[in-house]
Write a protein that binds this ligand. Sequence first.
Ligand code: ADP
Length: 210
Amino acid sequence: MTSSTQRFSVGLTGGIGSGKTTVANLLGELGAALVDTDAIAHQLTAPGGLAIAAIAQQFGAEFIDARGAMDRARMRNHVFGNPLARHRLEAILHPLIGSETISAAERADGHYLVFVVPLLVESGNWVGRTSRILVVDCDEEIQVARVMARNGLARHEVEAIMAAQASRAARLAVADDVVENNGSAAQLIPHVQALHASYLALARQAAIQL
Ligand code: ADP
């Protein structure tokens, strides 16, 4: 098998509720290998996760709950307005997210790789590391409505999350490909199928050039 750095890969991003997971799952059903960086980050602080020992050592055992997971509410309170603590936590998590993402990509089996990275633009180190960047885009009003329905949040809570994320324009500025998701789920399918066909062709070309 070729290494993840050589295989054709797509970095998939979009604002909260834009439809990243929906598009990723459709690509996965068509044969792409998915690597979900949010799930990887979550596993690191779940019971028995790779970051637990370092968190207990650096922050104290009181940050680990009875199940052996990081106490998220306690950590959120602790790092809120405390940039030093936030940096210490990130210094534990970011290298582990990086190494676990690489090993997940090496294990992943599919026609090409799709890295699902909600904060791709914000994290700054993804651009240039995948063959293409795919942005799922939709009108902000639709985004708000979808997240209110999915997460049971109030409008102002969704708007606060969106305000903390990169702007729509900043995401579109790094996009090689854009899937517009303003219509129905059924309308999304032919767009994703066309995209998949173009990625398959590019993946074959990349494999020939190796
Ligand atoms: P993200 O992963 O970007 O947060 P999701 O794919 O989870 O977004 O989509 C957000 C919510 O909107 C989910 O509940 C999903 O089922 C729904 N959704 C996504 N695309 C559409 C669509 N085109 N029509 C209707 N609902 C959609």
